[in-house]
Design a protein around this ligand. Structure first.
Ligand code: ASP
Length: 337
């Protein structure tokens, strides 16, 4: 029997056409079928679902929940899912779905393109093919398919604005690089018993608590930047530090502002501003002075994974200690512990 695949469209450049105001997403999922080679179209029984048509700059927590709900409610019916999505916030959506749908035993592949699919020379058709190739591999869970690579969803980051190789797998090898036939991981053994959506993901509505701030430290930053964060009512804060995890600790006004955060019941995550390799604030005195904040180290997580994981964890519990424990765990392969 043919495998059943559902294509969900959400907009992005892959679906764009020119308008007098610039590119706008207009194509529906049906348009993408034309780019699949006959072999792939024939191998699968493909259904279509148009969820929304947005530039992904406008895709946020409520859309993540909408996509996750669309997947959960059809999970038992299909063998695999392909989501077409804008590239700008694809890594956030991929990370959020990785946490919502952790433990998924079916492939959930997200792709998009740097150029509209119907423009000659677009990367869209190739990316759609890469996404479909995932359905032959045995890999499961949320993945990003881009420029010949399959990347674990919560490890993907957009690093280039217009080159076709826009995405990289951060701090772990890609699952597969189809262009070089490079296999970073072995596909997992198939799970013995198929599990239903309800068994895997429960029935609670998907939700995140978006009261999370992102603060990138820079030389000369005024302490008011930190004070403002404290006044915004955030429950969580991700602080991007210098190098391996250092803060301008000689600046007493900044340190005081930072220490004032400890009076709030806030979960603080520290990570490096560097894209590659893990952070560790314990090496330099300039990092260790943050210890009073009880920061949780993001280690080698991407910013996108940190932000969505913290939002997800905060929605799971009102108890800060429980949130801290949940955040520190490896949920979907986003962190090397
Ligand atoms: N602005 C577009 C979007 O994210 C960019 C793209 O899809 O490549 O929707």
């Amino acid at each position: 029997m043919k495998k059943k695949i559902l294509i969900l469209s959400t907009g992005g450049t892959i679906a764009c056409s020119e308008s007098e105001n610039g590119l706008v997403p207009t194509a529906t999922a049906e348009a993408f079928l034309a780019y699949l080679p006959d072999r792939m179209s024939n191998d699968f029984d493909i259904s279509l679902l148009d969820l929304f048509q947005l530039d992904s700059s406008s895709v946020g927590p409520e859309h993540w929940a909408q996509i996750a709900e669309a997947l959960r409610s059809r999970y038992d019916e299909f063998d695999g899912f392909l989501i077409t999505h804008g590239t700008d916030t694809m890594a956030y959506t991929a990370s959020a779905l990785s946490f919502f749908l952790a433990g998924a035993r079916k492939p959930i592949v997200i792709t998009g393109a740097q150029l509209p699919a119907d423009v000659p020379g677009s990367d869209g058709p190739a990316n759609l093919k890469t996404a479909f190739q995932a359905f032959y591999t045995g890999f499961t869970g949320v993945m990003v398919a881009f420029c010949g690579q399959l990347i674990r969803g919560c490890r993907a980051s957009k690093l280039r604005t217009h080159s076709f190789n826009a995405f990289e797998s951060i701090n772990v090898p890609a699952l597969i690089n189809f262009s070089s036939n490079d296999h970073g991981y072995q596909p997992p053994e198939p799970e013995p018993a198929p599990a239903t959506a309800e068994e895997l993901f429960g029935t609670e509505p998907f939700t995140v608590d978006s009261r999370v701030g992102l603060l990138k430290i820079y030389p000369g930053m005024p302490p008011q930047m930190i004070t403002a964060m404290a006044q915004l009512g955030f429950r969580g804060l991700v602080i991007e530090l210098f190098g391996i995890g250092n803060f301008p600790a000689e600046d007493t006004a900044l340190m005081d502002a930072l220490h004032a955060l400890t009076d709030r019941d806030m979960v603080i995550v520290t990570k490096s501003q560097c894209t590659y390799e893990p952070s560790d604030s314990d090496i330099y005195a300039a990092g260790r002075q943050l210890a009073a904040l009880r920061p949780i180290s993001a280690k080698d997580m991407t910013t996108e994974a940190c932000m969505t994981k913290l939002m997800w964890a905060l929605a799971k519990s009102s108890n800060t200690e429980q949130v801290r424990q949940l955040f520190a765990q490896n949920i979907a392969g986003e962190i090397s512990l």
